[in-house]
Design a protein around this ligand. Structure first.
Ligand code: NAP
Length: 252
């Protein structure tokens, strides 16, 4: 399964949930993995250990994706430790307590947009600067992790989060066309209801149990099922796909 063409992948939010599953699956496919995280160093170190146990090299880097200097240091550290970056999974994402739009404050908007939108752009920027043939790079792949929320709107839960994922979808469309002739493919995965810790941040840790059975497939999904789509889009098997969206949402 591993191949010499897989290279080095930076996975933001690689310490937990979908990012951690992606880091593990990418390692099984032979990628060296940079596990980027914001606060949970112990979880990030555990993922690094799992990647190394599978064979490839790995490094954990603390970086807030919403901060320009952190993101530059993240990519520098990844390259120094693992070699030239060939892939980015723009996965770090947050949501806050379920509420209505008329309850959303400017502070909350800034926190959500900083990670989900500013972070995705800053990481994509560093990836393009390093991978684009325009700047002497050898090309690569970016996968943005959006959400089914971008097409559903998340009323009464978190319209701010849904709107941030709309921005991630549009980043995918625009950037994919901007760098298509520079050796970089940019694609997007939109998960549905996936069993991770993110729902606790919304104030409903049991959300997957409540809403999963209501989905067309009658269940929520797993982080591993989302990782399969992400790693496929990163791979050469997806060599003619760019600006594409894969919904991993059980028919939602
Ligand atoms: P999760 O379990 O809550 O993990 C979130 C990850 O993002 C953690 O590794 C966290 O790092 C990291 N992170 C958060 N803010 C960050 C920041 N500012 N800078 C760097 N890292 C940051 O979430 P998840 O469910 O796996 O979600 C991953 C992605 O999938 C997100 O973009 C989310 O919106 C999307 N998604 C999830 C679902 C779902 O149902 N789970 C559905 C649709 C889309 P720490 O560990 O250090 O806190």
């Amino acid at each position: 399964m591993s191949s010499s063409r897989t290279g080095v992948v930076v996975v933001t939010g690689g310490s937990r949930g979908i990012g951690a599953a992606t880091a593990r699956l990418a390692a099984r496919h032979g990628y060296a993995v940079c596990v980027a995280f914001r606060s949970d160093a112990e979880a990030a170190r555990a993922v690094v250990g799992e990647v190394e146990a599978l064979g490839p090299a790995a490094v954990a880097v603390r970086a807030d994706v919403g901060l320009e200097q952190d993101v530059e240091r993240l990519f520098d550290t990844a390259e120094n430790a693992l070699g030239p970056v060939t892939a980015l999974v723009n996965n770090a994402g947050v949501l806050e307590r379920q509420c209505r739009v008329d309850e959303i404050t400017a502070d909350r908007l800034q926190r959500v947009l900083s990670t989900n939108v500013v972070g995705a752009f800053l990481c994509a920027r560093q990836a393009v600067l390093r991978m684009s043939t325009r700047y002497g790079g050898r090309g690569g792949a970016i996968v943005n992790v959006s959400s089914a929320a971008s097409r559903l709107g998340s009323p009464h839960e978190y319209v701010d989060y849904a709107a941030s994922k709309g921005a991630v979808d549009t980043l995918t469309l625009g950037l994919s066309k901007e760098v298509a002739a520079e050796g970089i493919r940019v694609n997007c995965v939109r998960p549905g209801i996936i069993a991770t810790g993110i729902h606790a941040a919304g104030g409903e840790p049991g959300r997957v149990d409540r809403i999963g059975p209501l989905q067309p497939m009658g269940r929520g999904g797993t982080a591993e099922e989302v990782a399969e789509a992400i790693v496929w889009l990163l791979s050469d098997a997806a060599s003619y796909s760019t600006g594409a969206f894969i919904d991993v949402s059980g028919g939602r």
